[in-house]
Design a protein around this ligand. Structure first.
Ligand code: ATP
Length: 445
């Protein structure tokens, strides 16, 4: 079994990710996140969000609609450029991008292929309740478009001045020809985007700033940061001067996690033209009027999730360990009574569990840690079970705890144990869960 197969199986067995609509035989390119997966994905998204908006004063967020006016996709060029000539196998009906093939035979079964046909990768749907009077619309093919649509509204409703950024985390939908490699290429997925608006003359410095910042962020949460690298695109869109991908270089299939794109004034100019609205910016001090230029950082939440799993997966002699960064692990800590049949131990362990969860201080933001409780089987089995889902610390309440109010804390990666007093336990755990901070000063700051 290769690592990817092991990850897919672990994800299902332990409740990270399930195949979509599985009881009906599944639906290709769709997945559901299970109880542990949704915890990890939410941790990941809130780390991204906090880092983007709290660490960078002049970045704000929005949450835009999935369905937008159909003209948006004409203006963005997607209706045209998301149309790829495809061929279909007459035998197995799998479809392939015509450009990817150099033989007139199906790569999957050797069957004959049809002539290339045009397929639209945008996912169409209809709105309206009257059968003959419905409007054709698309589910958004990329999340970032709503940021351009809301640019003026954000500007007018805030005190932001250029340069500033708008970020968003949201779903995108693409009729991918061949969804594959688990979460890597799906038909419904999530993206995290930043659109950074600045003066044309400042594009160069801001491009370098965001390129370094985004790489720093990914490096701070991967188990093996050395597996991340840049790929520089040579073929560029006509408005772009540079384009880089942040890649997970150890991936056995596609490597792209995030694109850092120089978009110039393309997006705002196009939406100005198609909507008839003025989307330019006027400097309140100098009166200078211009169309802001944009740097985009656009990454995949699900791809990051998958690569983090691949990067963290470790097999040792007798155990599987997911060496996830503590800030993204589904559980921060697990609490066990040494013996489940000793009421004194269980009672004390329950107290420690409540303290760690922070139930008594729920009004304090960030105080509620996700803590696991386990009193089944023997302690060794409980450790292995937590190692496999990436829980960084296991706390055991034993007979010594009843005497001196200390517990053992076992470290997932080293399996080493140390005694910590209950009164210091929560700050001990929180202190080990260091979240990423920005390193780069902003240009001009
Ligand atoms: P690719 O070349 O792999 O199709 P892309 O260059 O079309 O990706 P973008 O349009 O730049 O991707 O989207 C930004 C990010 O969204 C990508 O870097 C990737 O992480 C994520 N993404 C794109 N398509 C998918 C998909 N089908 N499934 C999961 N994530 C995706």
């Amino acid at each position: 079994m290769d690592t990817m197969d092991k990850i897919v199986s672990l994800c299902k067995r332990r409740g990270f990710v399930f195949p979509g609509s599985e009881i009906y035989g599944g639906l290709q390119g769709f997945y559901d996140f299970g109880p542990l997966g949704v915890e990890m994905k939410n941790n990941l998204k809130s780390l991204w969000w906090n880092w983007m908006t709290r660490e960078h004063d002049n970045v704000v967020g929005i949450d835009g609609a999935i369905i937008t006016h159909p003209k948006v996709w004409d203006a963005s060029g997607h209706v045209q450029s998301f149309v790829d000539p495809l061929v279909e196998c007459k035998k197995c009906h799998h479809r392939f991008k015509a450009d990817d093939l150099n033989k007139n035979a199906c790569p999957d079964c050797g069957g004959l292929l049809t002539e290339p046909k045009m397929f639209n990768i945008l996912v169409p749907t209809q709105i309206g309740v009257v059968e003959d009077d419905k409007t054709n619309v698309y589910l958004r093919g990329e999340a970032c478009q709503t940021i351009y649509l809301d640019f003026k509204n954000v500007l007018n409703s805030s005190r932001l001045k250029i340069p500033f950024g708008i970020c968003q985390i949201g779903k995108a939908f693409r009729n991918e020809v061949t969804p594959k490699n688990f979460l890597f290429r799906q038909r419904e997925f999530e993206q995290w985007d930043l659109q950074w608006f600045c003066r044309p003359a400042e594009m160069e410095q801001w491009f370098e700033y965001w390129k370094a910042e985004r790489m720093h962020w990914y490096k701070s949460i991967f188990t093996h940061p050395e597996n991340l690298g840049f790929y520089e695109h040579e073929k560029l869109a006509h408005y772009a001067k540079k384009a880089f991908d942040i890649e997970y270089t150890a991936s056995p299939f596609g490597k792209e996690i995030e694109g850092i794109h120089w978009r110039g004034d393309w997006d705002l100019s196009r939406h100005s033209k198609f909507s008839g609205q003025d989307l330019s910016y006027t400097d309140s001090e100098t009166g200078e009027k211009f169309v802001p230029n944009i740097i985009e950082t656009s990454g995949g939440v699900d791809r990051t999730f998958l690569f983090l799993m691949l990067d963290a997966y470790t097999e040792e002699k007798d155990r599987i360990i997911l060496k996830l960064h503590p800030s993204i692990a589904p559980y921060k800590t697990a609490v066990f009574p040494l013996l489940a049949n000793k009421p004194d131990l269980v009672h004390k362990a329950r107290k420690v569990y409540e303290i760690l969860k922070g139930s008594h201080q729920s009004s304090v933001v960030g105080s509620q840690l996700n803590i696991a409780w386990d009193d089944r089987g023997n302690i060794g089995k409980r450790y292995y079970s937590q190692d496999e889902i990436g829980t960084p610390y296991c706390v055991t309440i034993d007979f010594q705890t009843l005497e001196d109010s200390t517990v053992t804390v076992r470290d997932r990666d080293t399996a080493k144990q140390e005694r910590v007093s209950i009164s210091e336990l929560k700050s001990y755990i929180v202190g080990k869960t260091v979240v990423p901070r920005k390193i780069e000063r902003m240009p001009g700051a």
